[in-house]
Design a protein around this ligand. Structure first.
Ligand code: SF4
Length: 439
C-alpha cells in the first residue's frame, strides 16, 4: 500500500446545472482515484476550472477565474464550454496545463494524471456508490442527455456540445435509484431539451427490473414517479407528447412543475429564434394542462430586444404574460453570443429600448407572481427544508426549484433538517417568497 500523500485538486465549477453535473462526474472520478479536493488554490497540486461560454459576460467571468487560478497556483486545467473555443483562452493565457471541451472527462483526467499522478491506495474506498454531489445531499440533478439537435439562432450550445445524445433509460433510472437510496429527496431532471429524450436512439427499449422500458420522456417520468421522491422536470419544450405527463402530475407522481423556456410569444420573433416545439397556441396548451392539473406551476425564461422585435411583438409578449399567469419568469436582454446566427439578423434593438422593455416585462411579471403567491396564503403546503436558522427554516414548496425560484420562510419551534418535508401553513406572501409556520 502506498503511503504517498494524496494529490490535492482545487475545483472551480461555473455555469448552469448541466455544467455542474459535468463537474460532479469529474470530481467523482478524481475521488475514486484517490485525489483530495480542496477549496484553496494555494497549496493545491493543480486547479481545474470548469468554464461557462454561453454569454460574453459568462466568458468574462470564466477568464477571470482562470487568471485567478494562474496567479494563486500556476498549474491550471481548463474544461467546459469555453474549452470548445480554446483560442479565446490562449490569446489571454498561454501557460495552461491543458484545455479540454465540455464532457471531455477522459481528457481532463489524462491531464490531471500527467501533472499530478494519483497516489494509489486500493484499501480505501473513497467514493460512495452514488458518486459525489456538489448540490446539498437532499436534492440532486439528474442529467438525462448531452447536447441538443435544435438550432436556435441565438444559441451556440449545439456547436459546443454537439447533437442530442440520450443516456439509456436503465442507466438513468439506476442512477436515480442510487441517489434515492443515499437520501436524496428531490431529483431535478435536466438536459438541453428534456422532452426530446430518446429521439436520437429511436426511443430504444432497455431492460429495467425485468421489464422493457422505452428511452422516452413519458416512460422516464412514470418510472421516476414511482420512486417515492420529488421529481422536477426542467428544460421541457412543449412538444405534443408533453401532454402525456400532466396526468402524472395530477396524480402526485411527479411534481406539478414545468420549466419551459418559452423565450417569446410573438410568432415573428419565435420564427427568427428558430425555437423548437409547437410554440404557437401555447396559451391554449397551458389552459388545457391546468384543467387536468389545476395547481401546475410553470417557470420560464424570455428574451427581450431580440433582433427584429417590434413594439407590436413586445406588446404581444406582455399580453401573453398577463394572460398565461405563469408562476415564475426570468427575463434576459438579448446579447450577441460569438458564433450565433442571430448576430447577423437585421433590426438590432437599441440598448435603451431593450432596457425599457426589460423593466416593463419584470414589472408585469412581478405583479402576476405576487398575485399568484397571495392566493397561497391560508393554505397548508408540503415544504422541503433547505436550511435551518435559529428559529426560521428556509425551504421550498413543490412550485419552487432550488436556486432559481422563490423560497418559503418557516417559523418553527423545533429544529428541522435539510431534506425534511413538513406541512406549513402559509401566512404571508410578497413578490417572490412565502412565509408560514410549521403545523
Ligand atoms: S434548445 Fe435551442 S437554446 Fe436550448 S440548447 Fe438547444 S439550440 Fe440552444
Amino acid at each position: 500500500m502506498s503511503t504517498a500523500a494524496a494529490p490535492k485538486i482545487s475545483f472551480v465549477s461555473l455555469g448552469c446545472p448541466k455544467a455542474l453535473v459535468d463537474s460532479e462526474r469529474i470530481i467523482t472520478r478524481l475521488r475514486a482515484e484517490g485525489y483530495e479536493l480542496t477549496k484553496q488554490h494555494q497549496g493545491a497540486d493543480l486547479v481545474i476550472v470548469n468554464t461557462c461560454g454561453f454569454l460574453d459576460s459568462a466568458k468574462q467571468e470564466s477568464l477571470e477565474h482562470i487568471g485567478e487560478a494562474l496567479s494563486e497556483n500556476g498549474k491550471v486545467i481548463v474544461t467546459g464550454c469555453m474549452g470548445a473555443q480554446p483560442d479565446e483562452i490562449t490569446s489571454r493565457y498561454s501557460n495552461l496545463l491543458a484545455i479540454t471541451g465540455p464532457q471531455a472527462y477522459e481528457s481532463v483526467l489524462d491531464a490531471v494524471h500527467k501533472a499530478a499522478p494519483p497516489a494509489h491506495d486500493p484499501f480505501v474506498d473513497l467514493v460512495p456508490p452514488q458518486g459525489i454531489k456538489l448540490t446539498p445531499r437532499h436534492y440532486a440533478y439528474l442529467k438525462i442527455s448531452e447536447g441538443c439537435s435544435n438550432r436556435c439562432s441565438f444559441c451556440i450550445i449545439p456547436q459546443l456540445r454537439g447533437d442530442l445524445v440520450s443516456r439509456p433509460i436503465n442507466e438513468v433510472l439506476r442512477e436515480a435509484e442510487k441517489l434515492a437510496k443515499a437520501g436524496v429527496k428531490e431529483l431535478l431532471v435536466i438536459s438541453q431539451d428534456t422532452s426530446a429524450y430518446g429521439l436520437d436512439i429511436k426511443y430504444q427499449p432497455q431492460l429495467w427490473q425485468d421489464r422493457e422500458i422505452r428511452t422516452r420522456f413519458f416512460e422516464l417520468a412514470k418510472e421516476l414517479g414511482d420512486m417515492g421522491i420529488w421529481v422536477r422536470m426542467h428544460y421541457v419544450y412543449p412538444y405534443p407528447h408533453v401532454d402525456e405527463i400532466i396526468p402524472l402530475m395530477a396524480e402526485g407522481k411527479i411534481l406539478p412543475y414545468l420549466d419551459i423556456p418559452f423565450q417569446h410569444a410573438s410568432p415573428n420573433v419565435l420564427k427568427a429564434m428558430k425555437r423548437p416545439g409547437n410554440q404557437e397556441k401555447t396559451l391554449e396548451r397551458i389552459k388545457k394542462w391546468r384543467s387536468i392539473c389545476p395547481d401546475l406551476a410553470i417557470r420560464s425564461t424570455f428574451i427581450v430586444g431580440f433582433p427584429g422585435e417590434t413594439d407590436e411583438d413586445f406588446d404581444m409578449l406582455l399580453d401573453w404574460i398577463e394572460d398565461a399567469q405563469i408562476e415564475r419568469a426570468g427575463c434576459f436582454k438579448f446579447e450577441p453570443v460569438k458564433g450565433a446566427v442571430a448576430n447577423d439578423l437585421p433590426g438590432l434593438v437599441p440598448e435603451e429600448v431593450k432596457e425599457e422593455r426589460w423593466h416593463q416585462f419584470m414589472q408585469t411579471q412581478q405583479e402576476v407572481s405576487a398575485d399568484l403567491l397571495a392566493r397561497k396564503v391560508g393554505k397548508t403546503l408540503p415544504i422541503i427544508i433547505d436550511e435551518m436558522g435559529s428559529t426560521i427554516a428556509k425551504g421550498r414548496s413543490q412550485y419552487d426549484a432550488p436556486e432559481i425560484d422563490g423560497v418559503v420562510y418557516v417559523r418553527t419551534p423545533k429544529a428541522l433538517s435539510a431534506g425534511d418535508i413538513v406541512n406549513v401553513e402559509i401566512e404571508k406572501s410578497d413578490e417572490y417568497d412565502l412565509h408560514g409556520r410549521l403545523v
